[in-house]
Ligand binder design. Sequence first.
Ligand code: ATP
Length: 360
Amino acid sequence: MAGIVLRDLVKEFGSFAAVKGIDLEIHDGEFLILVGPSGCGKTTTLNMISGLVEPTGGDIVIGERVVTHTEAGERGLGMVFQDLALFPHMTVFDNIAFGLRVKNVDAGEIRRRVEEAAEAMHIAPLLDKRPGECSGGEAQRVALARTIVTNPSVYLMDEPLSSLDAKLRVDMRTELKHLHEQLGGTFVYVTHDQAEAMTMADRIAVMNAGRIEQVGGPLEIYRRPASHFVAGFFGIPTMNFLDGAVEAADGAMEFRGAGLTAPLDASVDSGLAGREAVLGVRSEHVLVVDADAPGATPATVSLIEPLGDATLLFFDHGGPRRMVAKVDPDLPVAAGDAIHVALDTGNIHLFDAEQGGRLN
Ligand code: ATP
């Protein structure tokens, strides 16, 4: 097993900086997910770890070794890509065995290891088939087995589930998490899908425009996003955002935005008074309240979306953007109803209006 350290890692393609100085410590045995929107530099970062892309600056340490300029084949890594790159003319057995044959492992040992990996990935009955005769999910497991069999200390995975249908993706998430527990190796996994990141990762590194904006456990990132960008990237529906300013009022602090004033809790620094800010609040922290409740704001229900276990209630409150509350499915409301809403004071996020960094 091996941990990975990235130090001030940079990749420039000509004058374009795809990765702008990343510092990241990936612990030995950890499932770390690099997540971010298309083009933010995730694959480039992973490819620098694997040795497929040469860094312009900085260092990569795997285990005890500085490998920044070491050949990919000498880094002891296992890789699984979106394009599975299985050999179509070979059986599943031969596909899985390929990496071992290249290393001249003896035939008995190859059979033992291939069968063990096929067992772990639930594809033992498929060993005589060819990849073209496997379903998408089965082919994905063949690709994983092919990697497992070489017994790497680090697994690098680039969007390995993206070609699967929605249902299979969800099933494979559980399987990958289970596989990580079973194998105990270090997993570094790239995806643009926040749900994959939330459900599988021990820790998530959120990338934006070539930089890491936050590293933390899934709940930490969800509950205490370090920036406006991270707050908006995680969570369905997307967090509500309101432009406005933090103000002092009667010895307390409040946020004043278009159509809505929200009391802020005592943890908000009085030094923020007068500061332009963006308020963020998740739908589950927008409450439907009585007209005389503290911070009650009049609103009109514009749309109801029942999810089954909860209902999304979209409303207009006089601000420029429609907001959404996640409410009890039995709440008797319909489009057009007049309601009052208030924000859960303990779950309000404040971000700098210009730079987007967290203020509270
Ligand atoms: P996606 O989810 O779309 O794969 P990503 O976050 O993995 O995105 P990268 O593939 O790392 O993004 O690319 C980061 C940026 O670097 C992009 O703007 C991309 O166009 C650019 N880039 C990547 N490889 C090259 C290259 N070989 N030459 C020039 N620019 C490149």
